[in-house]
Design a protein around this ligand. Sequence first.
Ligand code: ADP
Length: 602
Amino acid sequence: MTSNAPSPATPARGLGHHTLRRTIPLFRPYRRRLVLAALYVAFVGFCVSTPPIFTKYLVDTAIPRKDLHSAVLVMLGFVVLMTLRMVSWYAGQSILLLVREKIIYQLRRSVFVKLQELCMRFHQKHSPGFLYDRTLGGASTSVGVFLSMVFNTLVVYVFTMISALIICLRLNVWLTLWVLTMSLGYVLIGRLFKRRIHDITKKFNYEVNKFAGQVTDLLRGVKTIKAFAMEQRIISDFDENLWPLQLRSLDVNKETMFLGFFVEGLGYLINAAVLIGGSYLVVGSSISLGALVAFAGYQTMMIGMFGALATLSGTYGAAVAGLEQMYEILDERPSVVDKPGALMPAKVTGEMRFDDVFFSYDGKPVIQGLSVTIPHGQSVALVGPSGGGKSTLTNLLLRFYEPNKGVIRLDGTDIRQLPLFDYRSLYGVVLQDPFLFNDTIYNNLLAVAPESTDAQIRHALERAQAWEFVADLTGGWHFSVGESGSQLSGGQRQRIALARCFLTNPQIMILDEATSALDNQSEHFVQQALQSMMDGRTVFVIAHRLSTVRHVDRILVLQDGQVVQDGNYEELCQAPGLFRELHQVSLEPELPGSASDSSPVG
Ligand code: ADP
């Protein structure tokens, strides 16, 4: 996907026009408020342009006439006008800042919503840190900075410049044209830097996104890092990646600084040119000294504003880069989507059928022509060597991915014809290392079944053999489980995940070595509870230990993405083949029916 690579440079002409056209509709709901803010700001712009006129009055009229009374009156008027300007500024900015926050909120929200829609193929390519930074990091910040500048600078300056321009033209047309001609330099500077800042900001954002992904990964792996005493190596890796990033940040800031350098330099040139031209006009009596003083004030104001607009074009370049990177995610298309008119049958029994299914990850074949039917209510264990395709098969069942060829059917209907949300709601999944949200146990359970009563939640915890340990925790079920459930042991997490499954009462269950982290006694009880849950449901058990497959109705042995054996425990133990070999390797001398076989099959 494009967002993972520094995007190619945008064509020189029309930088961001397309992006801008796409962004402007976001402002539409706020147009009334924006018009009101513009009125406030127009008044501010008018006020900003008035001080030199007050100076001119003092220099040309009040002081030569020694009329200090009217000088005081005029300056009082000045204070009143400036007070009104401050109030208007506050009112206008309050509106504009709110609109700015709403726009950024909307952009970030739509990227987050999109991330929820995108399928596993996308998420496996991009780490959570990368995506977090893309949603909330530099890209959206640069959009915010630009909007602030537009609202703070552009709108006020445009109005001030119109007023200043009118006054300058009235003071002296030739001097005004002189200033305007030289100000064209700002347009050139703006155009040049806009593109350069856009390109380096985009590269910088991408590097930061990537780095955020790496750091998040390292922080999550802190246990492993400590266990293997890898701290020093990790720190030097971190240094190696961070310093080039700081240098890139320096590049971005240097570019902005260069822009400021040229903007300021051109300002001094125009200043000097106007004062020289103005001095000739005063000496030739074409204008009064007061008019030159006022004009000098206005031209300083005007070139200050032209300069700010040129600087703004650099910020625009950065904002376009940020917007483009957010739109890259918004433009991603999930590969697993609902078909138009997808409808769930009124009644689902739970028969699953694989019809000649092929699947590959990025060209690597994993499932190769698999055909099998699992009748409604059957419990099936998937066993076989590691990498044989067991987890992939459940990924296909859950429609995390779709087959390249062949069909998976639920009660005879191609699962691609069913609405994704309803279809996935049929399933309850317990993984070997289940993920819990950083919240209380109670909220973790409520999250999957929001309508549940306290009594139902307690019952689910009891069935999963979790109630006892939950009651012993500080705060009971209001105990916060920490990041990904890190405050709980693996076995406790598994039991909470089981309780979650019991609570949703799914029609089809997938248990991926769901009791592997339990001690013998808990496992015995949980297995019993699971056994009672399996009745009348279709259940897939991924089993790495053979102790967990003894009681299932059927065992499928998967090797290289194909079913190589199919039967129940006793049958497979008797028959020569892969299952028997794996069983023998698993250090269990007696076959079949040894008391505690727990061979690491998968
Ligand atoms: P099992 O569960 O039987 O151990 P898997 O279904 O997890 O096997 O994996 C089957 C093969 O697919 C393995 O070779 C594995 O490396 C590969 N694989 C699994 N997940 C991915 C993925 N997301 N991207 C690429 N290859 C994958």
